[in-house]
Design a protein around this ligand. Structure first.
Ligand SMILES: Nc1nc2c(c(=O)[nH]1)N[C@H]1C(S)=C(S)[C@@H](COP(=O)(O)OP(=O)(O)OC[C@H]3O[C@@H](n4cnc5c(=O)[nH]c(N)nc54)[C@H](O)[C@@H]3O)O[C@H]1N2
Ligand SMILES: Nc1nc2c(c(=O)[nH]1)N[C@H]1C(S)=C(S)[C@@H](COP(=O)(O)OP(=O)(O)OC[C@H]3O[C@@H](n4cnc5c(=O)[nH]c(N)nc54)[C@H](O)[C@@H]3O)O[C@H]1N2
Ligand SMILES: [Mo]
Length: 762
């Protein structure tokens, strides 16, 4: 069964569970497709194990008491993707101009395998030519030094290790800016802003153990079966203990419905499966503020009634009194909301919200798990604040089995922020850096991802360095961004595989190939390890063992060090070469900069299950201005930031089961029943009928942002789907062309990818 694009795509409902034989088959298919060697297959056994390597896919915690195979279908795909035997060599570039390659799909570009040589773009022939590392570093230094530091952006993607990230952030600050946009700016920045202001920490408060202690889980906007499949084990055992799982998601995602554990022979042979959600509420995209308002309205009403009748209180008044601030304003706002409005904004019946509220009211310890379905909205930060409101009402933060549980994306995205990849001065260790390295770190706020996009479009950003990722494909407004990119004086991408960003050149352009995390990284002192932080704030060592894809690859820390040496005046207190010779010295520097989090970093590097960096909110120490956890009165009910209008839809841009962000592994979205295509438009059947669309018809989407700019995505196949009315679904990143740069979360600037205003045109 091929996962290639097909002329006759097949779209029909998938009946199987998440996991199960479908998942085994999918793993079995990817290994030959990437032509991985037997050595590479042996690497899978080391994935997410103590002394092994940390999976390069998602950031879900890696347990101390691991399964025989501590990887999932998606993790196996990610490993195979990195360890492929296919190569994108200088000969490949001799045969293809960038103009030609821009006609290729994301899948085709990466399918040629790992980059092998440093490359310089040659405008005369419109090709990448192999060059030496020295030439590349010198030319990049020459191009960067004369630029105003404020006009340079240092992007990074969340896969990069703590070591490389720390060096990269330091380099930017010594160069003179904090223009450190990163993938987190498109992802959980609404969490970092929302949780920080509500409970004083920018991260979730729970750990794996809490799954064993909770008695209910409220699950918002995260597609666990595709994007964090290892969590299915934790959800399954929670279900087996009778834990209620209440899900809010516009789509019936299979992983949230039922799961067969591929590591359980009995389930596999008997077709046994575990039902995951006990309630499934298909909320409208952007309807979560309203849904939580509805739940809160019931809780407050029941509590008021109990107060009057002398019955048992529903809210935890002791906790609210002792630990929180501004409850009254929140409660007043909720009381004032109208049920008709809540029902309209959620698309759910009052009785459904009552069912959810009943479970919440009788549960003693509740975890709230969430993902991009909450963060990627104009009111994404309010979504996060509503989750906190819900938890605070019954003291569900800072006790076993309870707390906010944002599911981070990239395997080290949370860690990058911990070690200084941030555009915000208040999150940077300014005083420490000054003390340790004797320079004055910039204090002017740097550019985040949205601001970098604005700068590329208006020409104020003159150089972009990308440490991993596929910036130009992941951001909004990809049409205008691609058109503006050639104005850059310098474009440097550090990558493992060719992607669409690399096909757009600046005046000086280099593509630098690096080692992946699964590969051996040998420096002067011997083989090196790196580290990553998972979603639960646990830090893991990771040692690559596979043979590098090419002898010409350099590690990310080495590349950053070479760049730093070219662009910075010498500083005797930062010995970049000695850091690269022995990464434990980078970890010493991280420990010196952040002593509270990284005490005995090198000693604890390979702690089974990782070592926990601590979390004040989980001890009920609230590092907020009031010294308490903050309730927040929502400003409205709708998270989309635009009003509904005739013909205007809310487009959710989604990941398939066969991709990792902009990396497209194949053209099947097994759980959603799509085979052989990504050109799908999911739509409710009633909306089809009303607008006269037929199944299989080819349509286009146009942006309906009201700013007069034409943004269009053609060639979408109308696909009737179980999706709330007024909502549409299409795949990211192909749909990003429809997203205005200015359509982003207030405060956090996360592009609002889960409610993009669009119209359907023939
Ligand atoms: N295999 C694989 N794993 C991955 C990734 C990958 O691409 N592939 N990406 C990684 C990264 S960087 C990230 S950030 C995470 C992303 O993982 P997720 O957070 O799961 O992100 P999405 O796939 O974008 O899906 C979001 C979910 O939210 C739902 N949703 C959309 N709008 C709303 C809404 O308004 N309300 C609610 N309640 N739900 C809504 C969608 O139906 C979907 O189920 O996964 C990480 N892991
Ligand atoms: N419409 C829409 N847009 C979105 C989203 C959405 O849901 N909808 N999600 C957003 C989110 S949550 C995120 S996190 C971003 C993702 O944005 P990015 O993190 O920028 O994108 P990725 O697709 O993860 O990057 C893939 C590339 O990383 C490179 N790479 C892989 N491994 C390594 C490595 O070890 N080292 C280096 N140097 N390079 C490596 C490869 O060349 C590969 O092509 O996209 C965002 N954009
Ligand atoms: Mo992400």
């Amino acid at each position: 069964m091929s996962k290639q694009r097909s002329d006759k795509p097949e779209i029909k409902p998938f009946e199987g569970p998440a996991g199960g034989w479908g998942s085994m088959r999918s793993v079995a298919e990817i290994l030959p497709r990437e032509r991985v060697s037997p050595d590479a297959i042996r690497q899978l056994a080391r994935q997410n194990k103590p002394k092994g390597f940390a999976c390069v896919s998602c950031a879900w915690p890696k347990p101390a008491d691991h399964h025989p195979a501590e990887f999932c279908e998606e993790g196996a795909k990610a490993t195979a993707w990195e360890l492929t035997s296919l190569r994108t060599t200088p000969e490949f570039f001799e045969q293809h101009t960038l103009t030609e390659l821009r006609g290729w799909s994301d899948y085709e570009l990466e399918q040629h395998g790992r980059l092998t040589h440093p490359l310089r773009y040659d405008a005369a022939s419109d090709r990448y030519l192999a060059c030496s590392w020295e030439e590349a570093f010198d030319a990049i230094g020459t191009a960067l030094r004369p630029l105003d530091p404020k006009s340079v952006a240092f992007y990074s993607s969340g896969r990069t290790s703590l070591e490389a990230s720390y060096m990269y952030g330091l380099m930017a600050r010594m160069f003179g800016n904090q223009n450190l946009p990163d993938s987190s700016n498109m992802c959980h920045e609404s969490t970092s802003v929302g949780l920080k202001s509500a409970i004083g920490v920018p991260v979730g408060t729970t750990r794996l153990d809490d799954f064993k202690k909770c008695d209910a889980i409220f699950f918002f906007g995260q597609n666990v079966g595709s994007n964090a499949p290892r969590m299915l084990h934790d959800l399954r055992s929670a279900r087996k203990r009778g834990v209620e799982i209440i899900t809010f998601n516009p789509l019936k995602e299979r992983g949230l419905e039922r799961f067969t554990d591929p590591q359980n022979p009995i389930e596999m042979l008997t077709g046994g499966e575990t039902a995951i959600s006990t309630q499934y509420h298909q909320v409208k995209a952007g309807g979560d503020i309203a849904a939580i308002t509805g739940i809160a309205k019931f809780l407050i009403e029941w509590d008021d009634a109990a107060l009057e009748s002398g019955g048992a209180q529903i809210l935890d008044h002791d906790f609210i009194e002792q630990h929180t601030h501004d409850f009254i304003a929140f409660a007043e706002t909720v009381r004032a909301r109208d049920w008709a409005d809540i029902e309209r904004e959620t698309g759910l019946a009052k009785s459904a919200l009552e069912d959810a509220a009943r479970v919440y009211a009788r549960s003693k310890a509740v975890m709230a798990i969430y993902g991009m379905g909450l963060t990627q909205h104009v009111k994404g930060v309010e979504n996060v604040r509503m989750v906190v409101n819900l938890l605070l009402m019954r003291g569900n933060i800072g006790k076993p089995g309870a707390g906010p549980t944002p599911v981070r994306g990239h395997s080290n995205v949370q860690g990058q922020r911990t070690v200084g990849i941030t555009e915000k001065t208040e999150l940077a260790p300014v005083e420490k850096l000054k003390e340790l390295y004797g320079f004055d770190p910039p204090t002017e706020k740097g550019l985040d991802t949205v601001e970098t996009c604005r700068g590329v479009i208006d020409g104020s950003v003159k150089a972009v360095i990308g440490l991993g990722g596929n910036f130009l494909r992941a951001v909004p407004e990809t049409g205008a961004m691609e058109a503006a990119w050639p104005k850059l004086d310098l474009s440097v991408q550090i990558a493992t595989k060719l992607n669409r960003n690399h096909l757009f050149a600046g005046k000086v352009t280099y593509l630098l190939p690096c080692l992946g995390r699964i590969e051996q990284d040998v420096q002067a002192s011997g083989p090196q390890a790196v580290s990553v932080e998972d979603s639960s704030s646990c830090i893991h060592g990771s040692r690559g063992n596979a043979t590098p894809a090419s002898p010409h690859l350099l590690s990310e820390p080495r590349i950053v060090a070479e760049l730093a040496k070219r662009i910075l005046p010498p500083n005797p207190r930062v010995d970049w070469d000695s850091w690269v010779a022995d990464y434990s010295r980078i970890r010493d520097a991280i420990e010196a900069t952040y002593p509270a989090f990284f005490k005995d970093f090198n000693k604890r590097l390979f702690t089974p299950g990782g070592f926990w960096k601590g979390n004040k909110a989980s001890e009920r120490i609230w590092q907020t201005p009031s010294g308490k956890a903050e309730f927040f009165a929502p400003t409205g009910l709708n998270a989309t930031g635009f009003t509904d209008a005739e013909g205007r839809y809310r487009l959710m841009t989604l990941r398939s089961n066969d991709q990792f962000n902009t990396t497209v592994y194949g053209y099947h979205d097994r759980f959603r029943g799509v085979k052989g295509t990504r050109d799908v438009l999911f739509i409710n059947r009633a909306d089809m009928t009303e607008t006269g669309l037929t199944e299989g018809q080819i349509v286009a989407l146009e942006s309906d942002a009201g700013d007069g700019i034409v943004r269009r995505r053609d060639g979408l196949i109308v696909t009737p789907y179980d999706i709330p009315r007024g909502c549409l679904g299409a795949y990211y990143p192909e749909a990003n062309v429809l997203m205005p740069v200015e359509h982003h979360a207030e405060e956090s600037h996360v592009p609002a990818a889960k409610s993009v205003p669009v119209r359907i045109t023939a």
